[in-house]
Unconditional design. Structure first.
Lengths: 362, 352
């Protein structure tokens, strides 16, 4: 569209030139507005995250003021505030942000790569692998705590490997990968259902809590491996995301413009799986974040491209807001996995309804 | 060579090929229908105790109330067999219609919010109204399915473009998640309800008697008939909105009617058996691999292929865990997924 308006039209005569410069002016203004949005939206999201982070550190049964938090963070706090900030609230808030960002990135990568808004890691079987492994660990092996996370991590990786190998046939077509993923997810879901119906109700409820996704077990010990893995994987994701623009055109078109389709897809799958597994291991399969972040980010930025950074920020915002609501704003405490849907779904619906009215239909 | 000659030259060999394909498709369809009939008989014969096929025949056509075998077949196995056929056909067709309307290979009939709505109202029924029987769940589930899908469709249809495929998919997934959140919140807070609900949520054919079949069958049959008429409509919709409109199709009406068919089919099926996810999602793909992308064939093939999977799963579920049984949805996934993956690997895929 812009290429046509700004482009190489033969300019014959002064009238044509004038019309062209007017057109160029219009296009320039639109592009400027869009570019401004791609800067303003992430900044606004960052501000929101900062506010939520401060709230998460200060609000609670024992309120700690912002100054006290600051003193405590810089190593000058009292023993009580040190304990509350360093042991309880800081790990939880940071893990919420990290988990949200990981899920958001992972979902956006899969959705853009498959060119399908339904292709989040929940649907194509990767989180099912983590869930099945965790449910086996809880219900059959009687494990708890960090061991469940390790099981879930391994489960996700093995499942992803199995899906990739089963879908491999002189290269992996995106469509085949998704269908194989659905098949595997169905089998793993059946395992989970089977185990849930056979277990004692107490154990089953523990498993249900894990399957919902919860930050109750967030501890400082969990924080370090999570952040270490993220520091490695997130920059990789942003770097590899460059190929997504080409892949979105479809395999043939992408090949013809010089994208090495098979290699970039393998890389992106690896990274997407790694992100989803890290996050799932840390907090359980927090529902809906991976699915909702990409579409919300895309509608906020009004962009047509792949908004990986905004998607990560939206994911973090959804999780930390959901955790805050679940801990403090409701009469009963609810795990974060329930409220991510309660926070994210209405917002996405609002964006859908509103964007239709002004003509940016999905 | 003049241009006008070209069509005649091409048309000559194409015509018989099409006819040949059509006849082989009809044969395939008949073969599948035969397989359904055989599986029905097996389903009546095999259970905790195996009855000879002659007794099955007698139980249907020369019913003797004093005979225990006859009683078991008539009272226990006949309802679940009928239900297996109807629910299977319904889920298969609902999946095909949904994938056609949303033009998305990942859309299952639950994407309209049917399963999530049904689950939510069943949980409310259990916890607030103390419903304990399967018969009691049916109408709660049906109401939930209907309300949820109406809400999803209305949200997606707001605005001047109407319910575009992407908006339908996003709105459906979002609302399903929202309903699911309320459901899991209630389950986490109320252990007794969870204890009942977890058995409904698996999806099963057992424990359903003739009264449920009689109540649900009209919806399922009406839905199947409606869906069978949608072949042409879905073919047009699958060309994309602009082309469909250009060909003179009423896109809004087509989508509305298709969504109505899905609600009838999937809503009634979920009400009768609980959420069974795998069938609706994958059977249309298998049908497409066999019959090609023409929905006039995909729909009937889905209608006969899905009961084959469901009945076979039901039989196996009763054989492997004797004298107990495995719920049909669990076996469906375990039986169907490997076959499905093998098919996906072998066949060249027809994209939507």
């Amino acid at each position: 569209m812009t290429a046509v308006l700004t482009g190489r039209r033969p300019t014959r005569g002064a009238v044509r030139v004038e019309a062209d410069t007017a057109g160029v002016e219009v296009v320039r203004r639109v592009r400027h507005r869009l570019r401004r949005r791609t800067v303003v939206v992430p900044l606004a999201l960052l501000m929101f995250l900062l506010v939520m982070f401060c709230l998460a550190l200060t609000v609670g049964d024992f309120p700690v003021s912002v100054q006290q938090v600051w003193l405590s963070l810089t190593g000058r706090g009292t023993r009580a505030t040190d304990f509350i900030v360093h042991e309880l609230r800081l790990p939880r808030a940071v893990i919420a942000l990290a988990v949200g960002a990981c899920f958001g990135l992972s979902g956006a990568i899969f959705q853009s790569m498959m060119r399908n808004p339904l292709a989040s890691p929940d649907i194509i079987g990767i989180t099912s692998g983590a869930s099945a492994a965790a449910v086996i660990a809880i219900l059959m092996l009687g494990l708890s705590g960090f061991a469940i996370s390790a099981f879930a991590f391994a489960g996700a990786l093995i499942t992803a490997l199995a899906i990739y190998l089963l879908a491999w046939k002189q290269g992996v077509a995106g469509y085949r990968l998704v269908l194989v993923g659905i098949g595997i997810a169905a089998m793993l879901g059946a395992i989970i259902d089977y185990l849930l119906t056979r277990a004692q109700i107490w154990d089953a409820q523990v498993a249900l809590l894990w399957l919902t996704g919860s930050l109750n077990g967030a501890s400082a010990a969990e924080l370090r491996p999570l952040l270490l893995l993220m520091v490695i994987v997130v920059p990789l994701a942003l770097w590899a995301g460059g190929a997504l623009g080409g892949l979105q055109l479809g395999d043939d078109a992408a090949t013809s413009i010089g994208v090495r389709v098979e290699r970039s897809r393998l890389l992106l799958i690896l990274i997407g799986v790694a992100l989803a597994s890290i996050a799932t291991a840390a907090a359980g399969p927090v529902g809906f974040v991976a699915f909702v972040s990409g579409p919300i980010a895309r509608r906020l930025t009004h962009g047509t491209g792949i908004a990986l950074v905004p998607a990560a920020l939206v994911g973090a915002a959804v999780v930390i807001t959901a955790d805050f609501v679940g801990q403090h704003l409701l009469p009963v405490q609810l795990p974060v996995g329930i409220l991510t849907a309660a926070v994210g779904a209405p917002f996405l619906l609002y964006l859908l309804v509103r964007s239709n009215r002004i003509g940016h239909g999905g | 060579m003049s241009v006008t000659e070209l069509p005649r030259l091409r048309a000559a060999p194409v015509e018989p090929v099409i006819r040949q394909r059509a006849s082989s498709r009809t044969l395939g369809l008949l073969g599948c229908a035969l397989a359904v009939a055989v599986l029905c008989f097996l389903n009546l014969a095999i259970g905790a105790r195996v009855t000879p096929l002659g007794a099955v025949w007698d139980a249907i056509f020369h019913y003797d109330q004093a005979d225990t075998d006859h009683l078991v077949i008539r009272e226990l196995r006949l309802p679940r067999t009928i239900l297996g056929v109807l629910v299977g056909a319904a889920l298969g067709m609902a999946g095909a219609v949904m994938q056609g309307v949303t033009r998305n290979p990942l859309a299952d009939p639950g994407i309209l919010g049917v399963n999530a709505g049904a689950s939510l109202l069943v949980v409310i029924g259990i916890s607030a109204f103390g419903v304990t029987s399967i018969l009691g769940y049916v109408w709660f589930a049906f109401a939930g399915a209907a309300v949820a899908s109406v809400v999803v469709y209305s949200v997606a249809a707001l605005g001047r473009e109407g319910a575009t495929p992407v908006k339908l998919a996003l709105a459906g997934a979002a609302l399903s998640a929202a309903f699911g959140a309320v459901t899991s919140a209630m389950l986490l807070l109320d252990q007794a309800t969870f204890d009942q609900f977890r058995f409904w949520a698996v999806g099963s054919l057992s424990g359903r008697d003739m009264s449920i079949v009689v109540q649900i069958a009209p919806f399922l049959i009406a839905g199947c008939l409606l869906a069978l008429c949608l072949g042409r409509v879905l073919n047009t919709l699958s060309l994309g909105e602009d082309v469909a409109r250009g060909l003179g199709a009423n896109v809004v009406l087509s989508r509305g009617v298709s969504a109505g068919a899905v609600v009838l089919l999937c809503g009634a099926a979920t009400a009768a058996c609980g959420p069974i996810g795998f069938v609706g999602l994958t059977i249309p793909h298998v049908a497409r691999m066999i019959a090609g992308p023409d929905y006039r064939w995909v729909l009937p093939y889905s209608m006969v292929l899905a009961p084959i999977l469901l009945l076979a799963a039901d039989i196996i579920g009763r054989v492997v865990a004797r004298p107990g049984e495995l719920q049909v949805a669990i076996v469906t996934a375990f039986l169907g997924a490997p076959v499905f993956i093998a098919l996906v690997r072998r066949k060249k895929l027809a994209e939507l």
